[in-house]
Design a protein around this ligand. Structure first.
Ligand code: URA
Length: 242
């Protein structure tokens, strides 16, 4: 089966069709060793390279960095709409994309969406110890031992197994009584931050994830935006933050 060159690239993680056309017109794409400037060229079994890197013909993969806005569900169930899927560019909707872990509907921030099961496993398996950083606002007064309890691991309601040791940083309370804090977790249980803060005497009123491993949510990626994750960014996900 043949496929237009722009669609071929878009389906393999090189952005939208229009971004793929820009790559072709920018002379970055070769077909069978010859630079190609025609995005409408039909590809069957030729060897396509982008900036010298061979793109596997049979593989239809993508790994995306997405800034989830509040209000969207990490689910494929239409009853839970609006869904994260709606933020995926049309050109990539045919792919079996899954999010690496979930952020709950009321949480915003950074999420990796990919066709690669091994990447999802590596990011979500607590044994890999990939730290996720959450910024939060909370109401109420946290227990005096909050930082130590989080550091030690604590039991949260409905879950007999203590949480893994984590780091909580308290950053003060505003005039309106709302507290600011940062928490770093290497696991991702259901509503974990909200349940931990509830156990400590507070109530989360806003929650945002802004870093995974050493990769920070890029400032230019506004809520609702999505783009391809580069290889360098992917590597940063597994670098322990300094
Ligand atoms: N903890 C939560 O409570 N919610 C999230 O979305 C992520 C971590």
């Amino acid at each position: 089966m043949s496929e237009r060159l722009d669609g071929f690239l878009a389906h393999r993680g090189f952005g939208t069709r229009s971004q793929a056309r820009d790559l072709v017109r920018g002379r970055l794409v070769s077909v069978d060793g010859l630079m190609c400037r025609d995005p409408s060229l039909h590809i069957t079994d030729q060897v396509v390279t982008v900036e010298g890197r061979v793109i596997a013909a049979g593989v239809d993969t993508a790994t995306l960095l997405l800034h989830k806005p509040v209000g969207f569900a990490c689910s494929h169930d239409p009853d839970e709409a609006p869904l994260l899927d709606e933020l995926i560019p049309d050109d990539l909707r045919h792919l079996a994309l899954q999010s690496a872990g979930r952020l709950d509907r009321d949480t915003s921030g950074m999420i990796i969406v990919t066709t690669q099961g091994e990447l999802i496993h590596a990011l979500t398996n607590p044994r890999r110890h990939v730290l996720k950083r959450y910024r939060l606002l909370y109401r109420g007064k946290l227990s005096h031992h909050a930082v130590a309890r989080v550091a030690k691991g604590m039991v949260i309601e409905g879950d007999p197994k203590p949480t893994l040791p984590a780091r909580l940083e308290l950053e003060g309370v505003g005039d309106d009584g709302t507290g600011r804090a940062t928490i770093h977790l290497s696991e991702g249980r259901y509503h974990q931050v909200r349940r931990m803060i509830a156990e400590l005497g507070g109530e989360v009123v806003a929650l945002h994830r802004d870093r995974i491993g050493s990769l920070e949510l890029p400032a230019e990626l506004a809520a609702g935006m999505v783009r391809t994750l580069s290889d360098e960014e992917r590597a940063q996900l597994f670098v322990e933050p300094g």
